[in-house]
Ligand binder design. Structure first.
Ligand SMILES: [Zn+2]
Ligand SMILES: [Zn+2]
Length: 145
């Protein structure tokens, strides 16, 4: 969507970012707060064009941050999607924006939270989460930037 703003004799074209791009920025911003040394993931729940919850991956509240010396999966961090769902006032019918494709376990919770659409940016090591979401009738889309 393009809108044109005229300032005296100057015309400035404002390119409005797409809705998906706009809300993915909230997920990316949340990822910056991640306290897991292995991967920084952020998520945002959007209901009726309102951001109702955000989250990032990290150790449970009050537990020291996790530090990983190899690339094996993190078992301590609560995933960004779960943290966003836990604080969101509304999840039924909402969209979930997440910087990385949800894992299998998060996908089970996303389905039961009745999220209707997941938009992600980066692929994760496994596609089993995406496949489960699809089987659970959640629309899954990848945002290519
Ligand atoms: Zn970790
Ligand atoms: Zn997960």
């Amino acid at each position: 969507m393009t809108s044109v703003l005229s300032l005296r004799n100057t015309t400035v074209n404002l390119i409005r970012p797409s809705r998906d791009e706009r809300y993915m920025k909230y997920a990316r911003a949340a990822a910056e707060s991640s306290t897991c040394s292995r991967l920084h993931v952020g998520a945002a729940v959007v209901s009726q064009d309102i951001v109702v919850g955000t989250g990032y991956n990290g150790a449970p509240r009050g537990i020291e941050h996790c530090v990983h010396l190899d690339d094996s999966p993190c078992r301590l961090a609560v995933h960004a999607e779960v943290n966003a769902l836990l604080v969101a006032q509304v999840t039924i019918g909402a969209d979930l924006y997440v910087t990385h494709a949800p894992c299998y376990d998060c996908s089970k919770l996303i389905i039961n939270a009745r999220i209707s659409r997941v938009v992600y940016e980066q692929d994760y090591r496994s596609r089993s989460g995406i496949e489960l979401l699809t089987r659970g009738n959640v629309t899954v889309e990848r945002l290519r930037s």
